[in-house]
Design a protein around this ligand. Sequence first.
Ligand SMILES: [Zn+2]
Length: 169
Amino acid sequence: MTNKLEKALAEKYAFMKKGCSLSSQMKSGYVDDLYSAFGCECADGWYDLLDEMCAKIQAVYDESGREPDIIIDQIKEKYGTLRFYYHFGDDNPGIHALDCIGGPSVRFKPGKGNELYERIAEIVSWGEDRSGEICEECGKPGTIRDLMYIQTLCDDCLAKAVDQEKMEK
Ligand SMILES: [Zn+2]
């Protein structure tokens, strides 16, 4: 996602601010904060969706009167849909999902049993599902397409992607 859009999210939602950059994390020898290092690893078409997810998350905190303690670990596209990995406070699970190629993915849900955290988990799961209906490139209605890489695209962006694939062959 372009810098400008990532900044817009960070300005609207404090929990979307990035921490240490990739280069400063590299100095410590390893990269453990993928969101701060790489930002939103998806195209701009999902900006509105991410904005809506963040607004819903913020609203849950506002309603409860609590300061947001959600920490974003990684936001990326995988197998055509959005992955929004996070944890709460000091409770870093380290691992968020086990992806089995061709099989079901196992997803670990942080904050189980806590009402506020369960509501956030529902928002995240809603947003991740919804991403399969929104063109990742332009934000128009789309569907999951089986290209060289699986991507969610609208008809126009699919045509562009197919042309691109032909050129690369
Ligand atoms: Zn599109």
